[in-house]
Design a binder for this molecule. Structure first.
Ligand SMILES: [Zn+2]
Length: 94
């Protein structure tokens, strides 16, 4: 897989990434698996990771200014398994 900015090779990394929700809430996802470009440092999420992140962010209490969520722990505590993207859309609709 290649970077969409340049032609750099993407490599798998585990990192912490902040996401802004609404006007004033920041959620930091810890131990998140990402793909990072070796050349420009641009990070991308795989589709399955992105689906899970969307679901996590949708469940966040937006009245909190800052929330830190362990991505790996959230996977372990749920009954979801990575790759079953059909289940994500069902749960996200709740
Ligand atoms: Zn790049």
């Amino acid at each position: 897989m290649r970077c969409r900015v340049g032609a750099g090779q993407l490599e798998s990394r585990i990192t912490d990434l902040p996401f802004q929700i609404g006007d004033s809430s920041i959620v930091i996802l810890r131990s998140l698996p990402v793909l990072q470009c070796r050349q420009c440092g641009e990070t991308e999420l795989e589709q399955t990771t992105m689906s899970r992140v969307d679901q996590l962010l949708a469940a966040v209490d937006v009245s909190a200014e800052l929330e830190v969520i362990r991505y790996a722990a959230s996977l372990a505590s749920g009954s979801l398994s990575v790759g079953l993207s059909a289940d994500y859309s069902v749960q996200a609709g709740l």
